[in-house]
Design a protein around this ligand. Sequence first.
Ligand code: PNS
Length: 165
Amino acid sequence: MNAPRDRVAVYPGSFDPLTNGHVDIILRGARLFDRIIVAILRNAEKHALFTADERVAMAQDVFREYANVEVESFDGLLVDYAELRHASVIVRGLRAVSDFEFELQMALMNRRLGPDIETVFMMPAEQYTYVSSRLIKEVFALGGPVTGLVPDGVEERLREKRAST
Ligand code: PNS
């Protein structure tokens, strides 16, 4: 249950998989808001490496000791989900100018769909500004090291996934 004035944020994304850049943003959000809900899109891509349930489990494992970080999956419109969870803020990470155009479009569309919900952009620590889930998957698939760029548990799950395919 939310306390009456709890400021709840959702941090939506595909998280296929969660990277240390995501973790950095989530921890910053956890300091800024009373609660932050990591909201993992169920049908993000048909060709996701991990199922939504696997992505949720990996993120829950990373944040199990953080009382104000929750991890869930969602379907449908983000603003509907945010309203359902009484969240007034959508957090998105901005790494570089190249992120900005798409993020601006999404923020303005979400504002039109849910005028009471504010999008807040946060910058990750500079050592993660080049890290993306897509590059992690590519480097790992080709045998490159991703240690330090994803949580240890995620690296382990990547190894398991590679062994099973
Ligand atoms: O990690 P991603 O893939 O950049 O995240 C994109 C995400 C999940 C935030 C976006 O696709 C989304 O919010 N999808 C839910 C459907 C929706 O509300 N679409 C309109 C948003 S403008």
